[in-house]
Structure formats: structure tokens, C-alpha cells
Design a protein around this ligand. Sequence first.
Ligand code: COI
Length: 354
Amino acid sequence: MTAAWDILITRAEHSKLRDLNLENIPFGKYFTDHMLEVDFIDGEWKQPEIKPYQPLLLAPSMAALHYGQAIFEGIKAYNDQAGNPRIFRPLDNYHRFNQSAERMQMPAVPEEIFMEGMRQLIELDRQWVPSREDHSLYIRPFMFSTDEMIGVRPSEHYKFMIILSPSGPYYSMPMRIHVEEQYVRAAPGGVGYAKAAGNYGAAMYATAQARKHGYDQVLWMDASEHKYVQECGTMNVFFIIGNVAITPSLEQGTILNGVTRQSVITMLKDAGLTVEERPLSLEEILAAYDQGTLREVFGTGTAATISPIRELACRGRDLHFDVDAWTVAPGIKKRLTEIREGKVPDVHGWMMPV
Ligand code: COI
């Protein structure tokens, strides 16, 4: 880390931690005592600061509020068996963050600010990392444009921040999914591969319609033909057909290159399964279901980790899965949890000590 980016630390006078039970906590609702904040002004990143978690004072004309130049990441930290926090694959999220920044015409955040800022922030709030299984410290880096100007153009000023949220599971039960053949999440040439805030806002209408009918999430289809599966809600999606795991491929730029997705692909291969990253059509899924070869369907994501799908509703049919009889997804989830919690060797070098 260069001296230019030594982080200025102002500690909170009191910790809010004693009012919380970390062993029983919802996803994303509570935030730790501190946050990281850095401004991009006149073409350069200024002094990073770690300070007490607090509201921001922002101008109503601030560009991000109007035109959505805003991106984020999701990362998790876990305590190892000695009670020391370790972060899961943060460098992969750092690289994806800057890919999102490039697509949204925003400045790259230097690795030192992102990685060292995250490390020092977690170090300061290390008491907030939950130890219970399926719980973790969710790390939310984000950046938004801060020009006070409502002409449409890339901003000249930006704010990069990291906040931390001790969190329980995102989905606590296997999901019921509606296959969405009307609304789309992303089209080729668009921003589907970027973790742009607007992708999530744009998904809310279709998701709300599905929820009204009792579903937890939607399975997005491709924008051109509504034929190939894409993502499931905020997650990547895997189908186990026979002894092959299939997940939609990334080449069209409509799908997020998930860090959990990559990890699951690696672990499925470690477990001896064949993994295919390729276009997967609804027809193929329905045919496999009818032939009895569609064994498991699950979503993967940082927040959701590995979430089983117990029902897929499409074209007037309900495909049901006996989640309790599955072996692949539960096995991979168990293995991933053991790696994160330091119960088995981290053979892939995924855990970064704080
Ligand atoms: C994540 O898995 O980290 C996500 O980005 C999903 C989130 C929007 C809760």
C-alpha cells in the first residue's frame, strides 16, 4: 500500500454490537460500527477513511439518483476454527467490480483501496463476524456518481464505500420458482454481466408479479427468443441432468460471472461430475424432467450461497423436486461451508486472512 492511501481511521465511541444476537440475525438488516468512504475528485482517489457508520449528506441533484451510475459487489467473511475472520475470494470480486465500473463509464478503484480498505474495516469490526453455520459477515462494496448536475453524461465525481452486515441465510427454505417468459433481465450488448444497481431495480416488477402468485423468485429467459435459461432471481442457476451439471454460459454478456458459480463449477469437477457451460433450453429441461433424468436444480450466489429449487412453474406445468433426496447440491454446500469455516484444507486458496 502506498503512503498516499494510508487509511484515516476514526473509531466509533460506542459499539452497537451488544444490542444484537449475532446467532439469530436476518440477511442485510444490521450494519457494523464502521464504514469505509473514499471520494474520486479531479481525476484522482482521495484519502480513504474508515469512520463510524452514519448517514450521508447528499445533494438532490446528485447524478447517481437520476441516471443510475451505481455498481456494487457482495462478498462474505467467515470465522475459521480459531475464531479469526477470513474473506472468501475477495480478489475475484475486486476484478468484477472494476469490470462493472468500466461498463458503467466509472473510474477503476485501485486494488489497494478496495482490498486493504476491506481488510482494515473487517479487522476493526471483527467482533461482528457471526460464527453460526449459514451465517457470515456480508461485505458490500459500492460506488456511485456524485456530480451535482442533471445533464446526462458520465459524472466527474464518485464515492466508493464499503459497509458490513452480519447476516443469516438469504433463503432459508427451498424455493418455488416461476419461469419468466414475458419480462427479461438482460439482452446481448446490455449490462447483464455488470453488477449495476439498475439491473436489480429493473428485476423487481416481474419478481413482484411472481411473488403475488406465491413464488419466491423468477427464472429469467434469454431476451431474443425466450428459449434459453439465464439466471434465477439474483443467482446463477445449475441443472443436474443425469451425471452432468449444466449452467448457462457467459459469452453473450447477459449473465453475471458469479464467484460462487465459479467455485461450484470447480467443486463439481472435484467431485467427479462433468460440468457443461452452455446454452440450456426450456425444452431440454422439460424433456429431462419427463424422462426422469432432471435430478437437481439450484441457484448459486454470494448472498444465497447454494439454494435448492423445489418447484419450477412453466407453461402451465409445475415441476416438483424431492429436495430431501438430493445428494449433489447438499454435498457441495457442505464442502463449501467446511472450506469457509476452516474445517477442511483450503486446497484452492480461496480464503484470505484478515
Ligand atoms: C449477492 O449474492 O451478493 C448479491 O448480489 C445478491 C444481492 C442483491 C442480495
